[in-house]
Design a binder for this molecule. Sequence first.
Ligand code: SAH
Length: 451
Amino acid sequence: MRHLPLFFDLAGRKVVVVGEGTAADRRAETVRSAGAQVSRIAGATVADFRGAAAAFVATGTLESDTAAQRAAKAAGVPVNVADRPALCDFILPAIVDRDGVVVAISTGGASPTLASVLRSRIEAALPERIGALAKLARTFRAQADALIPDPARRRGFWRRLVEGPAARLVLAGDEAGARRVALGELDAIRCRLAPVGIAHIVGAGPGDPDLLTLRAAQLLQEADAILHDELVPAAILGRARRDAELIPVGKRAGWKERGVPGWAQADIEAELVRRVRAGQTVVRLKAGDPFIFGRGGEEVEALRAAGLPVSVVPGVTAALGCAASAGIPLTHRRLASAVTFVTGHRADGSRDEAWPALAAHGHTLAIYMGATEAASVRDRLLDAGAAPTTPVAIVENGTRPDERVSTGRLSDLARLAATHTRGDAGPSLLIVGEVAALAAAADQPLLAEVS
Ligand code: SAH
């Protein structure tokens, strides 16, 4: 290591910046962001540097750079000269500043480009709210040191604070919840109890693993246990931490009728509560988005009622995933000014009196759980005044390798749906409205062939 990295408190101190170009501007700005009083000059005499904590030189010519560097040294001020490592007392690192959490990167002057590539990698890896996490730690500093005299247990507390449930809540934007959890953990440690874990109600998206959110992917790597729906494909479960316990808690249409025992919603909620109480980090992984026909709301209520920490991670819902991959814009300047996500399944809350408003022209419907109910969906829409010629599309296994799209007219919906409800059929979404006619365009090559 040629240079020792140090973080220098410049608040209120004089720092001289010599030069007029953009390199000098950038240095002045960086130094100012650390609270220094910047004295900006074009040429330099020894007197200009008196009392300064540091000097940055970037005049652009070797002659003026050298003159300024000599003057700074004569005044006893450490100096940095842009792009001239031989003239430098110290070098300026590439900096990542995430709200007070600062990472400095140096290649010892060998390659500023490499430093800046490393910087962007670190930028991408650091959670957006890492600064808020540092602030949370700061607010607990004195308390934790006073309350936990044993150093090993104190380290345990800090470790949990920055990696465990409280950290997860801060990173998800719930600072009040995080403080509550951290206080609970302090208490637990004081009373020598095991602290509780956390549940994350996570949307897995429509099936393509690349459509997981960054946060969902991170949480799959942190989970002790993953309670997942039947609809979540193996390709996504494959992204979980190797030793995470995978628990399928699916209920599938038709299972009950065939006497296959599935998990009742109340059992799932009880299992979440039990595991979080036991200190586990539990991911409840749901297809699409947990709050769109996902019963995520009930699980959040159950955990809150038990006084346990919970966070919700949104996912790409089936309507958005299917529309994108079938090439159907859900709204369109000329064709549709509204879109509604609705369930086709009466047992799941679809009310007949709601359909007339939905059947309006220029309104797109994304119908979940509708393929097996296609005849009834068609009748309800026609009764509500929809035209029999209204375009429809059925997207089965949207965004997955075995995606299959059928298109036609509303009057034909039941016949079209029949090919998507055979025994081994995947999940299907119905899209009804003028925009559904655009699905066919997805079959055309996007780029005209070059002749
Ligand atoms: N929470 C989920 C929906 C669960 S309800 C979400 O936000 O997407 C289950 C219904 O979602 C299925 O019956 C089907 O209509 C739809 N669905 C889920 N994944 C799908 C996919 N990959 N392709 C087509 N439809 C899908």
